[in-house]
Design a protein around this ligand. Structure first.
Ligand code: GLU
Length: 549
C-alpha cells in the first residue's frame, strides 16, 4: 500500500502546511516555571451547567494561582448541537461568577496568539495531522455506512462482545489499495479512522491529578478522527488543540475518564506530550433516599441560568462550589468570612475523588449569610440589577424612590439592629419579601386567627388613637390599651398563669395589626414598618383592612 499517495489524495498538499509550520506558529509559552495553562472547552449548546462552573473554578484558580493562564475554547465540531448566542451565554454565565479568561474565543483585549479558538476554524491543522497519520499508516479511510455500523453493533451485542470498530470487526482496516480507490472513485462517503495500535488486554498505569494512581485499559478502537464532512471528532480535535494551545493541565468532568485511553493513544501517535489530566467528580444530589447525579431533565438547578434568574448571590455560589471542591476551604472560610476568595490557597490534591453532594438548602444558607454582609446601598444595587433583567414591571418601580427603598432594606436586613436579619436568600425571594411595602404589589389575604368582629373593632380602635409621631414605646402603649379594652391580656405572666381567662394577649393584637398592614403574620418590627409606610399609607391600609372585614 502506498500510504504517501493515499495521504496526498485524501488531503491534498495545497490544503495544509508542513507540520513544522504549526509548531513554529504556536511556540511553547513563555511562562514562569510551574505556571499552569488551563482551559474551559465547552460545546456551544447554549446550556451552561453547574458542572461547567465546577471545573471552571478549579481551572481558573490553579491557572491564576500558579502564574499561568486560562483560555476559552469553543468545541463546535458538532453542528447539530450548536445554538446561536451560545458563546455569549457561556461568557455571561461565567462573568456573573467572576471567572476571568486571559485569552480565547471572543476575549477582547487579549493577545489571542494561539487561536483561532473555535474548532471549526482550525480545520487545516486537523487535516494536516490526519494526513500525517495516513502517511504513516496510522489512519485510514472507512466507507462503512450507518446501516453497516448498526448491524455490526447488533451482532456484537448478540455475541456479548464489546461494541465498536476494532480488530477483526474493523472491516475497512484491511481494504486493499484497489478497494480504497474504487470506493473513492464511486464517490462513497468516508470517515478517517485511527488505526489503533493498542490491545484491550493491556492495562496501563495512569496518574490522574485528582483521582491519583489509576489503571486504564489500552485503547483498541479504531475511532473516527475526521468525520465525513472533514470535521474532526472531539477526541482528535482536543488532542491537537491542547498541544498547540500549550495546555499543561486539563481538569474536566469524570465522564471523560472512559475516553481517556483513546486520548492517551492519540497523543502518543501524534507525538505530542500529554497535558496532565484531572478528572473531577460529578455533582450529585439526594433524591429521597437515593443519591444520584444532577440531571438536566429533572433538576433546574443544574443550569447556571437558574442562579442568575433566581438571583443567588454569585459569591455564595462560588463559596459553595469551593466548599465542594476543596476539603479545607470551609475551615479557611470560617476564619476568613470576609476574605477575598482568591486568597484561599486552592490545591488540586484536596479535590474530592468521588461524587460531591450538592444541596440547594446548603447553598441557600450560604447565600443568606453572604447577603447579610451587604450594606443597604449594596443590596439596592444587587436587587436593581436583578430586577432590570428578571423583575416584573411592578418590581422595577421599587427603585424609583431610593430613600424609601433604602429604609425598607435597612429594616428588612436588620441593619443597625443588635443582629443582622437573615431573611433574604436570593434577589427574587427578597423582592417578594418586600412586596408589601409597595402599594402596586401589596396583595394581602388577611388570614386572621380571630373572628372578624373582634378584629374589626380592634383595628378601628387602634386607628382612632394612632399618631404617626409616636415613638415606639408610646405606640406600643396604645396597642396595649386597645388590647386591654377588648379583654386581651397585657401582662404576659398573668396570661401564662391562666390563658383560658382571656381571648388572647397583646401579641395576638399586634398580629392583627401586622396582618392588616402587611398581609403577613411575620414581619420585621411593625412600628418601623408604619414609620416607613408613612402616616397616610398606614391609615389607608388600616381602612382597607377594616373594609375587608
Ligand atoms: N467539549 C467538551 C465538553 O463540553 C470538553 C471536555 C473537556 O474539557 O475536555 O464537555
Amino acid at each position: 500500500m502506498d500510504w504517501n499517495k493515499l495521504a496526498d489524495v485524501l488531503v491534498p498538499d495545497e490544503n495544509v502546511k508542513p507540520l513544522d509550520y504549526y509548531e513554529t506558529l504556536y511556540p511553547e509559552r513563555d511562562l514562569p516555571k510551574g505556571a499552569q495553562v488551563t482551559r474551559l472547552a465547552p460545546s456551544p449548546t447554549g446550556f451552561i451547567h453547574l458542572g461547567n462552573l465546577f471545573v471552571a473554578i478549579a481551572n481558573e484558580r490553579i491557572a491564576h494561582q500558579s502564574g499561568g493562564l486560562m483560555y476559552l475554547r469553543i468545541e463546535d465540531t458538532d453542528l447539530k448541537r450548536k445554538v446561536d448566542g451560545a458563546v455569549d451565554a457561556v461568557k455571561n454565565a461565567l462573568k456573573y461568577f467572576d471567572i476571568r479568561f486571559d485569552e480565547g474565543a471572543e476575549i477582547e483585549g487579549a493577545e489571542n496568539k494561539y487561536g483561532p479558538y473555535y474548532q471549526r476554524e482550525r480545520a487545516e491543522i486537523y487535516h494536516a495531522y490526519a494526513k500525517d497519520l495516513i502517511r504513516r499508516g496510522l489512519a485510514y479511510p472507512c466507507f462503512c455506512t450507518e446501516e453497516e455500523l448498526s448491524a455490526l453493533r447488533e451482532k456484537q451485542t448478540a455475541e456479548k462482545k464489546i461494541t465498536g470498530y476494532y480488530g477483526e470487526y474493523a472491516a475497512c482496516r484491511n481494504l486493499t489499495e484497489e478497494q480504497i480507490y474504487e470506493n473513492l472513485k464511486a464517490g462513497k462517503p468516508y470517515v478517517i479512522r485511527l488505526r489503533s495500535q493498542g490491545n484491550a488486554e493491556n492495562k496501563l498505569p495512569f496518574h490522574d491529578e485528582i483521582k491519583g494512581d489509576i489503571t486504564v485499559t489500552e485503547n483498541d478502537q479504531d475511532v473516527v478522527i475526521l468525520k465525513s464532512d472533514g470535521i474532526p471528532t472531539y477526541h482528535f480535535a482536543h488532542a491537537i488543540d491542547d498541544h498547540f494551545m500549550r495546555t499543561t493541565l486539563v481538569i474536566r468532568g469524570e465522564e471523560w475518564l472512559a475516553s481517556l485511553p483513546i486520548h492517551i493513544e492519540l497523543f502518543d501517535v501524534l507525538g505530542f506530550r500529554r497535558p496532565k489530566y484531572g478528572h473531577n467528580c460529578s455533582l450529585q444530589k439526594m433524591d429521597g433516599e437515593t443519591r444520584r447525579k444532577l440531571s438536566k431533565r429533572k433538576d433546574p438547578e443544574l443550569g447556571l441560568e437558574f442562579y442568575r434568574q433566581e438571583g443567588y448571590n454569585a459569591r455564595a455560589v462560588k463559596v459553595y462550589m469551593l466548599t465542594l471542591l476543596n476539603s479545607n476551604f470551609e475551615e479557611w472560610y470560617m476564619k476568613n468570612p470576609d476574605g477575598k476568595l482568591e486568597d484561599f490557597k486552592f490545591s488540586i490534591n484536596k479535590m474530592g475523588k468521588s461524587g460531591a453532594l450538592f444541596d440547594l438548602n446548603k447553598l441557600s444558607d450560604i447565600s443568606k449569610n453572604e447577603l447579610a454582609k451587604l450594606s443597604a446601598e449594596e443590596m439596592f444595587d444587587v436587587l436593581q440589577d436583578w430586577a432590570n433583567e428578571f423583575g416584573t414591571d411592578a418590581q422595577k418601580t421599587y427603585f424609583a424612590d431610593k430613600d424609601y427603598m433604602l429604609k425598607v432594606l435597612t429594616l428588612c436586613m436588620g441593619i443597625g439592629g443588635k443582629k443582622r436579619r437573615k431573611d433574604f436568600t436570593t434577589s427574587k425571594q427578597a423582592m417578594e419579601f418586600i412586596a408589601y411595602f409597595f402599594d402596586n404589589t401589596f396583595a394581602p389575604e388577611y388570614a386572621y386567627r380571630f373572628d372578624n368582629a373582634t378584629v374589626k373593632k380592634i383595628l378601628q380602635e387602634f386607628k382612632a388613637t394612632y399618631a404617626y409621631e409616636d415613638d415606639m414605646p408610646t405606640w406600643f402603649d396604645k396597642v396595649k390599651a386597645v388590647a386591654a379594652a377588648n379583654g386581651f391580656a397585657t401582662d404576659m405572666k398573668a396570661y401564662k398563669a391562666d390563658p383560658t381567662a382571656y381571648p388572647g394577649n397583646v401579641s395576638d393584637v399586634a398580629e392583627m395589626l401586622r396582618i392588616a398592614m402587611t398581609g403577613l403574620a411575620n414581619t420585621p418590627d411593625l412600628w418601623t414598618i408604619m414609620q416607613i409606610l408613612g402616616n397616610e399609607r398606614t391609615l389607608a391600609r388600616l381602612d382597607k383592612a377594616i373594609e375587608n372585614l
